[in-house]
Structures are given as C-alpha cells and as structure tokens.
Write a protein that binds this ligand. Structure first.
Ligand code: CP3
Length: 368
C-alpha cells in the first residue's frame, strides 16, 4: 500500500463490480463533475480546462462537487481529468476551445508525416508527464475521507487515435478511416504504443489511490464489426490483460476494470470476453437483451439510461428508471448492475432532475 487512506464507509461499487450480490445497485454518472453544475463554473472561473486538470487542488475540488451535492445518493467519484492527457503526454498539443471541445493544432497527418515518426520514436514517461493526475488522485482520496471510492480512467487506444488524427471531434471520421483503410499497419503500431501507455498510466493511478478504473472507447461505434476486431478489441484486451500484471509487479492489489465500448452493440458478446469485470452500455441496448447476451459469465453491466431523459419530465425519468430496474432484473438478481447513464451527462441538465433520477433508483430498488 503506497498511501494510507481512511477506511471506506461505502464500498458498494467495488463489491458490485467484483460481481458480488449487494444490497442495492451502486450509482454514478459519467461526466458527473462538469458543465451542468453551477459550482463547476464557479470553481473553474476563468481558468482554461486543462489548467484545472493540472491543478490537483482544483481538480479534487471539482471531483468532489457531485459527491457533496448528492451526498448519500451516489456511490463513486471519478477523478476530474480528460482522456486527452495521454496524447499530451505523447508530445501533442491539445487545447480545449470553449463551447467547441478539444482541438489539436497539429494532428497526425499520415505515416510519412515527420510528426508520426517523432511520436512513435518518443520515449514517453507517463510517471513524469502525468504526475499531476496522480497527485490529484491522492489529494482527492484524502478529501473523500472514505465517503465513496474513486474511479480512475483513460481513453482507449482507438478513441485516442481518432482524436490524434482528426485533431478534434468529427462526424465523418475522414482521417481515422483513412488510417484504418490506407495505413492499417502504422495505425496498429500507434494503437499498440498507446495501449502500453494506458496500462502504465492506469497502474500509476491505482498506485496513487484510484480504486476502480474505466477505459473509455467512446468511438467504438464508428468501426465496422470487422474493423472493431482489428483496431479496438485487441488493444482493449491488451489493457485488461496487462494492467493486473503491472499492478502485481508494483505490489498492488487488483482493482475492478470497466470498459465502455460506446456504440459497439454488435460486439457486446466479445466485450464480455475482453477481460474486464464490467461492460458499460450506451442507451441503445434493451437491458434485458444485454443480460441475456452476458449469460452466465461473471460480467457486470453498467448503464444505461438515455442521458436525454434528464431533459424530460419527472414521469419520464421514473419510467426510464423502472424500465432499467426491470430490464437488468434487479429484484431477482441483486447483482451484475452498476447504475449509470448510457453516456456522459450533458450540459444544461438541471441538477435537481439528476437528483430525482438518483432518488428514483434508490426508491425503486429498495429491498422490501
Ligand atoms: O466523468 C467525469 O465527471 C470525470 C471527468 C471527465 C471529463 N472528460 C471532464 C470533461 C471524463 C471521464 C472525461 C472523458 C472524456 N473526455 C471522454 C470519454 C467520455 C465520453 O464522453 O465519451 C472524451 C471523448 C473526452 C474528450 C472531451 N473532453 C470532449 C469531446 C470534450 C468537449 C465536449 C464536452 O462535453 O464538453 C471534453 C471537455 C471536458 N471534459 C469537459 C469536462 C467537464 C468540459 C470542459 C468545459 O467546457 O469546461
């Protein structure tokens, strides 16, 4: 044990993620610390987004905001950071443009572009480059003082490659598809390099105090089933296989691992065999179908309310919660489910509606 932290008062999500039967399903939501919260804007002030990530005091303050606002209703904190810190550690410049999202002034153009060779040749030391994340994690664990577990995370290789070659968000994926279909070998070399960094980065997050980890493959759904097998699946599996090995080398206990292959509905069966404890579902799945696909494998499902329901009426929120409770078979299974949205919470959601969502989960899963 690297640090000594207060004993856990609530370890529900850890027990649930290991597949144990639990008293109620644990709850958290992706992007729970973010733009829909007025206190987020207050803490951020006029600072740049990445400046907030790099300042452990600010990052830990923002991480704790939903825990404080929704005290007793949510069961995990997720460290306030971004998936794009890995490309930054690899030497790429990433800016967060207000209201537009991430922007790389110099994306990777092609394998013959000098920058690709430079990125591939660079010996990246994530222990040094991302030291501020580990510091933020340790400080957050101290401030949490055992209230709820802390989740660490990283972007998956394919999703990070997309950002690195597109230079930001995209609807067409022109550059990413060019790499997949024109430069597959060079793409795979880059994906492997990123996967190796992900393992070390996650291991160091655990060393700093992260108690679960989630790998965000946000752009899985842009790949065809065949391309998913070549460009996403092997690298997700690599991370799941090597993280426990690396933790053991560091003298650390294993932690539950969650994978979120967003949009890859065709690959749920394969995702259950990637080596993760939990698979996060977007809202395009009917929970009962997903439960059937899992079968008797010891896989926990996470999700999967449409984030858009939080713009709807209270009645719609209740209906969505009830459908999840029924679909995930909570009343009879009492395990295998971590409550979440099917993707991150979106800006302009009224925090009171999110609170109502949490309360409804508690109400409708209460043991009689
Ligand atoms: O979940 C949390 O509360 C923890 C923090 C977190 C952020 N980003 C904070 C953030 C996490 C886990 C992420 C992951 C992330 N970042 C993903 C994977 C999850 C997903 O949504 O698919 C991706 C694709 C990114 C890249 C990224 N960062 C985008 C596309 C954007 C702009 C779009 C947006 O929603 O604002 C960001 C910025 C970002 N990351 C913000 C926050 C709170 C908003 C920054 C701001 O405007 O203040």
């Amino acid at each position: 044990m690297e640090h000594s932290f207060a004993p856990m008062q609530n370890d529900l999500i850890i027990r649930a993620a290991w597949g144990e039967e639990v008293e109620r399903p644990p709850i958290w939501v992706m992007r729970q610390a973010g733009r829909y919260l007025p206190e987020y804007h207050e803490a951020k002030g006029t600072r740049d987004f990445f400046e907030c990530c790099r300042d452990p005091e600010v990052s830990s303050t923002i991480t704790l905001q939903p825990i404080e606002r929704f005290a007793g209703l949510i069961d995990a904190a997720i460290i306030f950071s971004d998936i794009l810190v890995i490309p930054q550690a690899m030497g790429m410049v990433v800016e967060m443009v207000d209201k537009k999202g991430p922007h790389f002034p110099n994306p990777l153009k092609s394998p013959t572009d000098g920058q690709y060779a430079e990125v591939m040749a660079r010996d990246v030391d994530v222990s040094k480059e991302l030291d501020y994340v580990y510091k933020a994690i340790t400080l957050t664990r101290k401030k949490l003082n055992g209230r709820v577990p802390l989740i660490g995370f990283c972007g998956a290789p394919w999703t990070l490659l997309c950002y690195m070659v597109e230079g930001g968000g995209t609807k067409v994926f022109k550059e990413s598809k060019t790499w997949v279909y024109k430069y597959p070998e060079e793409a795979k070399a880059l994906l492997h390099k990123i996967a190796v960094l992900c393992v070390e980065y996650l291991a160091l997050q655990v060393k700093a105090g992260a108690q679960l980890v989630q790998v965000f493959e946000s752009w899985a759904g842009e790949l065809s089933p065949s391309s998913f097998k070549k460009f996403s699946q092997p690298y997700l599996a690599y991370i799941a296989k090597h993280l426990p090995i690396r933790l053991k080398e560091l003298g650390l206990d294993p932690v539950p691992m969650i994978v979120f292959p967003k949009g890859a509905w065709y690959a749920l069966d394969a995702a259950c065999d990637l080596g993760y404890n939990a698979v996060s579902l977007d809202w395009l799945y009917a929970p009962a179908d997903a439960v059937k696909t899992v079968g008797d494998r010891p896989i926990v499902l996470q999700g999967n309310a449409d984030p858009g329901v939080l713009y709807g009426s209270r009645g719609s929120i209740t209906e969505t919660v009830q459908e999840m409770v029924d679909g995930f078979g909570w009343a009879t299974r009492k395990k295998g489910w971590i409550v979440n949205l099917g993707h991150g919470i979106t800006p302009f959601v009224n925090p009171e509606d999110l609170k109502f969502f949490f309360q409804e989960i508690h109400r409708l899963t209460k043991t009689q």
